[in-house]
Design a protein around this ligand. Structure first.
Ligand SMILES: *Cc1c(COP(=O)(O)O)cnc(C)c1O
Length: 393
């Protein structure tokens, strides 16, 4: 179906941070399957673990205990603030599950009949109906109304706007069950969360006894230089969701909750494919490699180098570039608002320089390369982007 506008490229193979098209042209990949191929393309550990798993057991369903699922669940519990996990297959699905959990929490714990969830403007939570309704970007709602009820929006990182929204809800403010928010906004413009704002948010949720839900679909699993984006803000959510980087390029999503927030009982939620042995083996391999290869350290160092490199490009093109922002290997180059130049034009120019980039809205160029990227490859990335800008201006 006509759901995608695609770049004129056919990618046929990949290795590490590089991919090749059908004419054997080689590109440096700062997209990584949109922040999913965290260990790079054709990673050997993943290939070997998954080949073994394919020969052992591929799918069995959640009618039975699944050892690989238990092992990945245990790793996630041991390495995060969560106590329990529900596995699914994508980010949108993980957020759907979080929304259901929050609504049930409202009904059963808070006695709320028509729960409201607060979400941020410019957020992105996925394309299924409830997830898209929770997404604070009208362009994604257009044509699909009526959207799912029960979502209200405040300005990201803006405490005044949050308080104002709460006040405007008047008597319905007591129906608020949760706040759903990204610790660093991704698709909506690569905007890191403000520590002070999030501290206020955390105390507010605690005081009102409502749930703080983090969408870590993009920021989770090491992308920011921390294992979890919430660590960069020095607060813990009650619930968070994962997907993108978790499977290193394979479809897996997860809903994670602290004990106090996990009120699902048998029959409340389910997924046929969720947490299957193959997907969980992929997740386990990514988890083990992150630890074994000290990948978080690489993300911090390469992220700093990338930010410095991008700042040099900004100095060279001060009339075009507004700002460089991001965390770790999730960086955005913001184009000046009043210019005609769009992120798509920068990305097309970068393709000519054999560099792959992804937009985060019409004015932000997003860089989310594999977490294993090397110093030399960061240098190449910056050089190619700089050459693309030279052609554009
Ligand atoms: C990509 C993304 C989603 C949606 O994930 P899908 O796997 O495409 O459904 C949700 N939230 C955030 C923050 C994302 O970056």
């Amino acid at each position: 179906m006509g759901t995608y506008t695609r770049y004129p490229l056919r990618i046929t193979k990949g290795k590490g941070c590089w991919v090749w098209d059908q004419n054997n042209q080689k590109y440096l990949d700062a997209v990584a399957g949109i922040a999913t191929c965290s260990l790079g393309h054709s990673n050997r550990a993943i290939a070997s673990a998954l080949t073994k798993q394919l020969k052992k057991l591929q799918h069995i369903s959640n009618l039975y205990s699944i050892p690989e699922q238990e092992e990945l669940g245990q790793w996630l519990v041991q390495n995060s603030c969560a106590d329990s996990i529900f596995f699914c297959n994508s980010g949108a699905e993980a957020n759907e599950a979080a929304i259901k959990l929050a609504r049930k929490y409202g009904h059963t714990k808070l006695g709320i009949k028509e729960p409201i969830i607060l979400s941020a403007e410019e957020s992105f939570h996925g394309r299924t109906l409830a997830a898209v309704s929770a997404t604070g970007q009208p362009k994604y709602h257009s044509g699909f109304e009526p959207v799912v009820e029960g979502f209200k929006f405040f300005k990201y990182n803006n405490w005044e706007s949050f308080i104002k929204l709460f006040a405007e809800l008047e008597e319905r403010s007591s129906d608020v069950v949760a706040v759903l928010i990204e610790p660093i906004q991704g698709e909506g413009g690569v905007r890191p969360g403000d520590k002070t704002f999030f501290k206020h948010l955390k105390s507010f949720c605690k005081e009102k006894k409502i749930l703080l839900i983090f969408d870590e679909v993009q920021s989770g699993m090491g992308r920011t230089g921390y294992l979890w984006g919430y660590q960069s803000l020095e607060i813990e959510p009650d619930i968070f969701t994962l997907a993108k980087g978790l499977g290193g390029g394979h479809a897996i999503g997860a809903l994670l909750a602290k004990k106090s927030a996990d009120i699902f009982t048998p029959g409340d939620h389910a997924s046929t494919f969720g947490g299957n042995p193959f997907a969980c083996r992929a997740g386990l391999t990514v988890a083990k490699e992150i630890q074994k290869r000290n990948i978080l350290n690489n993300v911090k160092q390469r992220g700093d180098e990338l930010k410095k490199g991008l700042s040099r490009i900004k100095q060279q093109f001060p009339n075009q570039i507004q700002e460089i922002r991001g965390l770790g290997l999730m960086q955005g180059l913001v184009i000046k608002e009043d210019l005609l130049l769009t992120s798509q034009e920068v990305i097309s120019a970068a393709i000519e320089k054999k560099l792959l980039l992804v937009p985060a809205g019409s004015k932000v160029v997003r860089m989310v390369p594999p977490l294993i990227i090397k110093k030399q490859e960061i240098y190449e990335l910056v050089k190619r982007l700089q050459e693309a800008f030279k052609v554009l201006v």
